[in-house]
Ligand binder design. Structure first.
Ligand code: SAH
Length: 232
């Protein structure tokens, strides 16, 4: 009987949430990076990064660095994902657009924080994979489509927040157009080492204000629209 009880306890421990396992909490990492939004910290504790990783990298889920997800793409450093989400200043009930679904990890975090998440991914097999992982995990407030996220998703606009997970040469005008009043677009802009995170806020009068955040490194935004902006 005692043996059985121990086995039962061990099983419960195995299935406990990431945050309850020592060394499996993002909180210290996030607090060190200045992430103060408790809703974001709790979403990071709840969503298991390993669910979105390739088998070959699952063991590294708690490493605060980018990891390969196939198709020459990477999932970003978790503390940077948290910072980008925090920069959108999302409120409960929000509608958000993500450009660059990739693994679907950030999509799941957004789905924990918002009422509706629209996500566009240009690499079709990644759009399919992330969409089926998110469905398997039970996220019903997420729509993923394969396409060029430079153009946003006009049918689902306006958005309270837009987050772009790849570096652009310029801010894509459709993404600013699709922001609602007070909405914020967070996007890495620049080339190579000379890339920084920009936060564009749409004001009530329809004009927008651009603020510079931190220097970052990202995979380049793909597609003919982004290439045209690069002048190629
Ligand atoms: N947030 C994702 C990051 C993936 S990396 C994650 O956590 O996994 C950036 C992604 O942007 C890649 O999957 C890449 O294919 C995608 N991407 C690049 N250019 C794009 C574009 N124009 N439209 C949509 N997705 C794009």
């Amino acid at each position: 009987m005692r043996v059985l009880a121990c086995v039962a306890v061990a099983l419960v421990a195995c299935h406990s949430r990431a945050a309850e396992v020592p060394g499996r909490s993002w909180r210290p990492v996030l607090e060190r990076q200045g992430i103060r939004d408790e809703r974001i910290i709790q979403a990071m504790e709840k969503v298991r990064r390993a669910d979105f990783l390739l088998d070959s990298t699952k063991r590294e889920e708690m490493a605060d660095r980018p990891l390969p997800i196939g198709f020459e793409q990477t999932t970003s450093q978790p503390s940077l994902i948290a910072l980008m989400i925090q920069s959108m200043e999302l409120k409960p009930g929000c509608r958000v657009l993500e450009v660059g679904t990739g693994s679907g990890y950030q999509t799941a975090l957004l789905a924990e924080l918002c009422a509706q998440v629209a996500s566009v991914e240009i690499v079709e097999p990644l759009a399919e994979r992330s969409s089926s992982v998110l469905a398997r995990l039970g996220y019903r407030n997420v729509k993923v489509k394969a396409g060029d996220g430079y153009l946003g998703w006009p049918e689902r606009a306006p958005f309270d927040g837009v987050v772009v997970s790849a570096g652009a040469a310029k801010v894509p005008p459709p993404l600013v157009e699709q922001l609602g009043p007070g909405g914020k677009l967070v996007i890495p802009v620049g080339e190579g080492d000379d890339t920084e995170l920009l936060v564009v806020t749409k004001k009530a009068d329809g004009t927008s204000l651009t603020e510079r955040s931190i220097p970052v490194r990202f995979v380049p935004l793909k597609g003919e629209n982004a290439e045209r902006d690069r002048g190629r």
